[in-house]
Design a protein around this ligand. Structure first.
Ligand SMILES: NC(=O)c1ccc[n+]([C@@H]2O[C@H](COP(=O)([O-])OP(=O)(O)OC[C@H]3O[C@@H](n4cnc5c(N)ncnc54)[C@H](OP(=O)(O)O)[C@@H]3O)[C@@H](O)[C@H]2O)c1
Length: 338
C-alpha cells in the first residue's frame, strides 16, 4: 500500500479508500422488508483491505448499505455496522471519514449545515460509530441558507473539542470551496483539508474548475464512484446482472446509456490488451491522474463482494503508459484527446 497525506494535513491515509454507501447484501430482511447488510462478508472485505494496508474508510450519516434512496428509519445503518466492525478490529488503526448535511429528520433543522444540525448529527454519528472522535468530517452537500462562517465555526469548535480531527467538503461548487477557505483563513479557523467529488474516466467535469481550486489550496481529492457505480467493471455490457446495483437502485439504472456502454466496451478492449481487468484500469487511471493534475487523488472504491476488493486493490500495481492514457482520452473525448 502507498500512503498519502490528506491535503496539507499530516494525516496519512492509504492511497485507496473503502466506501460504505453500498455493502454486501444479505438474503435476510429486516422488519420493514429491507435487505440487511451481510456483516460476515463485510468483515471479510474490511479485514482483507486492512491486511493490504488500507486504513481509510468513507461513510456518511445517511448511508444504509443495502438501500438507496434511503428512507428516514434506515439512515445511519452503514455507520452502525462500520462502528461494530471497526471496534472489533481496532479503532485506532483506521481513519474514518463521515459526512453531515443531508436530511436525517423531517423537521426544519433535520438537515443542512447550521450549527444546530451539525452539533446534533455529530453526536449521532459518534454514537452509531461507537467512537470518541471522527477523523475526517465532511459537509455532504451545500446549504445556501446557512452562512459559511457559521458552519466553519461549528466544525472548528468540534475540532477544538477533539470530536473531529479534520474537515472536508463534498459536492461543493468551486466558488463555495474558495469562500470556505478564505473565510476560515480570515477568521483563523481550521481549514478544510480535502474535497470529495464524483470522478472517473467517464465523469471528468471536476478537472475544469474544482481540481484547480484543490491545487491552489493543496486540498486532497477524494474521488467517489471510481467505477461509475459499477458501469466501469464492464458487467453491464451484456444486460443487467442479477444482484447488481442497477437491479435495486433505479437512478443508477436510468443513468446507463448506449453511449456510455460503447465507451465501456472500447475501454475494455484497452484493458484486455494490457492484461488488466477493466476495474483495475479505471482505478489505475485515477491514480495516474494525480501527476497530470498536480493534486492527490484518493479513489473511494465500493465493494459488495469479497472478490471486488481483491481485484480492485491490485490496481495499485498497474502502470499505464502515456500511449494508453492517450487512448483512454480518445475514448472519452474523441480523436482530439485531453
Ligand atoms: N460524497 C458523496 O456524495 C458520495 C457519493 C457516492 C459515493 N460516495 C462514496 O464513494 C464510495 C464508492 O462509491 P461507489 O460505490 O459508487 O463506487 P464504485 O467503485 O464506482 O462502484 C462500486 C460498485 O462497483 C461494482 N464493483 C466494484 N468492484 C468490482 C469488480 N472488481 N468487478 C465487478 N464489479 C465491481 C460493485 O457493484 P455491484 O454491487 O453492483 O456488484 C460495487 O458496488 C461510496 O461507498 C461512498 O463511500 C460518496
Amino acid at each position: 500500500m502507498r500512503y498519502v497525506r490528506l491535503g496539507p494535513s499530516g494525516l496519512k491515509v492509504s492511497q485507496i479508500c473503502l466506501g460504505t454507501w453500498f455493502l454486501p447484501r444479505s438474503a435476510e430482511r429486516d422488519e420493514y422488508g429491507i435487505p440487511k447488510v451481510n456483516l460476515d462478508e463485510f468483515e471479510r472485505i474490511l479485514k482483507y483491505a486492512l491486511d493490504k494496508g488500507l486504513n481509510f474508510i468513507d461513510t456518511a450519516n445517511r448511508y444504509h448499505g443495502a438501500m438507496s434512496p434511503v428512507d428516514l428509519p434506515h439512515r445511519g445503518n452503514s455507520e452502525k455496522v462500520l462502528g461494530k466492525l471497526v471496534n472489533k478490529l481496532g479503532r485506532e488503526q483506521f481513519v474514518i471519514a463521515t459526512k453531515v448535511g443531508l436530511e436525517m429528520a423531517p423537521w426544519p433543522n433535520g438537515k443542512g449545515l447550521s450549527r444546530k444540525h451539525v452539533m446534533w448529527q455529530v453526536g449521532e454519528s459518534l454514537r452509531r460509530l461507537q467512537t470518541d472522535y471522527i477523523d475526517v468530517y465532511l459537509t455532504h452537500t451545500v446549504d445556501p441558507e446557512t452562512p459559511k462562517l457559521e458552519t466553519l465555526r461549528a466544525f472548528n469548535d468540534l475540532i477544538c473539542q477533539g470530536k473531529v480531527l479534520y474537515m472536508g467538503l463534498s459536492n461543493t461548487p468551486p466558488e463555495d470551496v474558495i469562500e470556505y477557505m478564505e473565510t476560515a483563513r480570515e477568521y483563523r479557523l481550521h481549514q478544510p483539508v480535502t474535497i470529495q467529488e464524483g470522478y472517473n474516466i467517464l465523469r471528468r467535469d471536476i478537472e475544469k474548475a474544482k481540481v484547480p481550486v484543490a491545487r491552489r489550496y493543496g486540498l486532497a481529492v477524494m474521488a467517489y464512484s471510481p467505477l461509475a457505480q459499477g458501469l466501469l467493471s464492464g458487467k453491464y455490457l451484456k444486460g443487467i446482472p442479477e444482484g447488481s446495483r442497477a437491479t435495486y437502485f433505479r437512478a443508477f439504472k436510468e443513468s446507463i446509456t448506449k453511449e456510455s456502454l460503447d465507451k465501456v466496451s472500447r475501454l475494455l478492449e484497452i484493458a484486455m490488451e494490457i492484461d488488466v481487468t477493466l476495474p483495475q484500469l479505471a482505478i489505475a487511471w485515477l491514480l495516474h491522474m494525480q501527476e497530470r493534475l498536480g493534486v492527490t487523488v484518493i479513489p473511494i472504491i465500493g465493494a459488495t463482494r469479497f472478490e471486488h476488493v481483491q481485484e480492485d486493490l491490485e490496481a495499485l500495481d498497474v502502470k499505464l503508459s502515456g500511449e494508453v492514457l492517450k487512448r483512454i482520452d480518445e475514448v472519452v473525448y474523441g480523436q482530439m484527446g485531453y
